[in-house]
Each structure stands twice: as C-alpha cells, then as structure tokens.
Design a protein. Structure first.
Length: 375
C-alpha cells in the first residue's frame, strides 16, 4: 500500500520558507502566538501558560467542542475534534474502505481527496469542476456516478483551488438525493464562511450530512493542527472516535486551547481573513483584467484562492518555476491534474500584496515577450 507523491506540498516546501512573495498559500493572514493570546482574558492566558501537558480527550476538549458547536449551531455531542481536516479525511476514507466500495470526488480537488482512497484501493469516481461551467458542480453528473457500492460523495465549498461555491438550493437537492440512497454526504468547509458573493449556509444544518472544517484556512492558524467534524449520527461518531484513538489518540492540549480562543473570538479572526481577502481580491481583479491576453480566470466566489490559467494552454510548471526564480511563488496546476492552470492565493499577504502583484506583472510581461520571441 503506497501513497502517490504529494506534488503540491513537495513544491511548496521547496520554496515557501524563503520566497519573497508567497502567492501560492491557501491560508488567510497569519497570526502570532502572542496575537492570539492577546484576544483572551488574563485568566485564560494564565491557564494556557500553566496547563498540564497531558493527553486530551479523544473527542476533543470540552471547551473547544462547545465553542465549535456554538458556531456550527449544533449540540456539543455532534462535534468530534481531530488533528486538522487531514485526519478527518483519513478517518472517512479508512471507514469507507470496504471490498468493492467507491467514492465520488471533485476533480480538480485537494490532492488527498484522491490519494487516500487510491492508496486504500477504493475506487475513486470523479465529477468535473470545469472552467467552462464557471467551476460549478453538475448535480446530474454526480448522480450518474453513483451506484449501490457508493459509500460517500464529497463536496468542497468554497472550493480549493477554484474558489467556487455550492448554493444552498444545490446542497439541499444533493442532500435529498444522498439521504434517499443512504450514501454519506461529506462537505469540506475549511474556507467557510469567507465569501465574495452570496454567502451559503453550512451543511451542518442538514441531518444526514457530515461536515469537516479546521483552523488552517478561514481560521489561518495551521500551526495549531486542529480541526473538527460535525456528525449528527451517533453511530458514526463512535466510529470516528475509535478511529482517531488509533491514529492520533488526541490533539495537543496547547493547540486546542489556542483553537478555543480563536473560536470564541471568531468575529475578529474570521473578520481579518474576510477583510484581507476582500481587499486583495479587488486588486487581483484589476490585475487579471490588465493581463487578460496572457492569463484567464474566473473570479472566486469564496475562500482565499483562485485558479487562473495560461491562455496559451501550455503547461504552467515552467511558468511557475520561472516566477519562483523572480521571487514569486505560485502553485502549478499539474498538482491538481490541470496543467495549464495555477493556484494563486490572495489572503496570506497583507501590506505587501500590491508589491507582489507589481512583481508578478513585471514577470508576466517578460514571459509574454519571451514567448513572442520564441514564436
């Protein structure tokens, strides 16, 4: 049993730690430990500094679960804390790994969506997220992929890397379909509630949907390595609890405490992400309009990433490699099996985002001029 190479993280790890302008990031603006602790009261800060470094509860710290439940508008019991959304995906795919099983997934999509079931020998069936359809899902296409061996259908809204969203009406229809066939509907909502158009409601409102979320994207605190699942089905929760006791036992207590502070002050934390993403997206829209002869795009309706493409149709990896040599990090589309595209994150950088676009503009001009010369 092997996992295919994680091309995206291999690419990011090669550059992001020393690059001048990181436009490949899928996170919001960064926070320091001191900034998060400053949101807490004195008593909570002292509790953090003096707490015992012991195992947490497998389901998650009670205070954190209560804070998450408040945001998701569910009962505390519906919350299972995990080590990031990555562990949630591992648990779900592991439990789906039955003989003859298949799962239905988006393409393009976050690379572990496909790598995990493939490594577990689960048949992966893909519905296309196409630029010709403005990256919207096609419900009829999803339905055609389903049969009696389908264990789960996974959706991602806002979507990584395109920024597309699924409307409440579409989600309701999909939930009705999966419920009638007893297929698990999994909604990856790590960018919820960051929107640039009509906001959509969390799938946590739906009785037969499973939600996964974390503190790495909309809550840009990836270093705390904490995420959660919302599950209304008590039997499924028992399975998640049991699986995570084997995989990771529990979260680290310091990360859970920091996550709880961020969750209880989510208006501030999420507000900073939304404000930064909104401001930078306006600038990015102007940039993309200026360079539309070279770069195509569909403006994202949510999240903090866009998925532009080279109008020429050529593979974007040489383009991204050359950009990195100029101090600008983008993520090549072959990491998502979409070679002409590249991912551009627009919320990790704050004050330097205009400078990053200026540098990128200079690079695009030089790239276009070089292509004309070669032609």
């Amino acid at each position: 049993m092997q996992l295919k190479p994680f091309l995206l993280d291999m690419w990011l790890d090669s550059y992001e730690h020393e690059i001048e302008f990181n436009l490949a990031s899928s996170e919001g603006p960064r926070w320091t430990l001191n900034e998060i602790l400053s949101l807490a009261g004195k008593g909570q800060r002292q509790r953090f500094l003096n707490h015992d470094l012991h195992y947490s509860r497998p389901a998650g710290a009670e205070g954190l679960r209560a804070a998450i439940a408040e945001m998701q508008e569910v009962h505390d019991d519906a919350v299972q804390v995990v080590t990031g959304a990555s562990e949630a995906l591992l648990i779900l795919m592991w439990l789906a790994a039955e003989a003859g099983a298949n799962v239905v997934l988006p393409r393009p999509g976050y690379p572990p969506f496909s790598a995990l079931p493939e490594s577990l020998r689960i048949e992966a069936r893909y519905y296309a997220v196409r630029k010709e359809n403005e990256f919207r899902i096609d419900l009829e296409e999803i339905k055609r992929l389903v049969d009696r061996n389908t264990r789960l259908i996974l959706i991602n809204s806002p979507h990584n890397p395109t920024g597309a969203t699924i409307s409440d009406a579409e989600l309701d229809r999909l939930h009705e379909f999966t419920s009638s066939r007893e297929i698990q509907l999994v909604s990856d909502e790590v960018y919820h509630p960051i929107y640039h158009g009509p906001a959509t409601r969390s799938a946590s409102r739906l009785p037969h949907a499973t939600v996964i979320h974390d503190f790495s994207k909309a809550f840009p605190l990836s270093g705390v390595r904490t995420g959660w699942m919302i599950e209304h089905d008590a039997k499924r929760r028992e399975l998640y609890w049991n699986a995570r006791t084997y995989f990771s036992i529990s979260n680290n207590t310091a990360g859970e405490m920091l996550a709880e502070i961020a969750m209880r002050h989510r208006n501030i934390v999420l507000g900073k992400t939304q404000e930064t993403a909104t401001r930078n997206l306006r600038q990015l829209a102007s940039f993309m309009s200026e360079y539309r002869d070279t770069l195509g795009w569909i403006p994202p309706r949510g999240g903090v990433t866009a998925f532009p493409w080279l109008v020429s149709g050529e593979n974007s990896r040489p383009f991204c490699q050359a950009a990195a040599e100029q101090g600008i990090l983008l993520a090549p589309g072959d990491c998502w099996d979409a070679p002409s595209h590249f991912r551009l994150g627009f919320a990790a950088m704050t004050d330097k985002f205009p400078d990053a676009l200026d540098r990128l503009g200079e690079f695009v001009k030089s790239w276009s001029a070089a292509n004309l010369t070669r032609a």
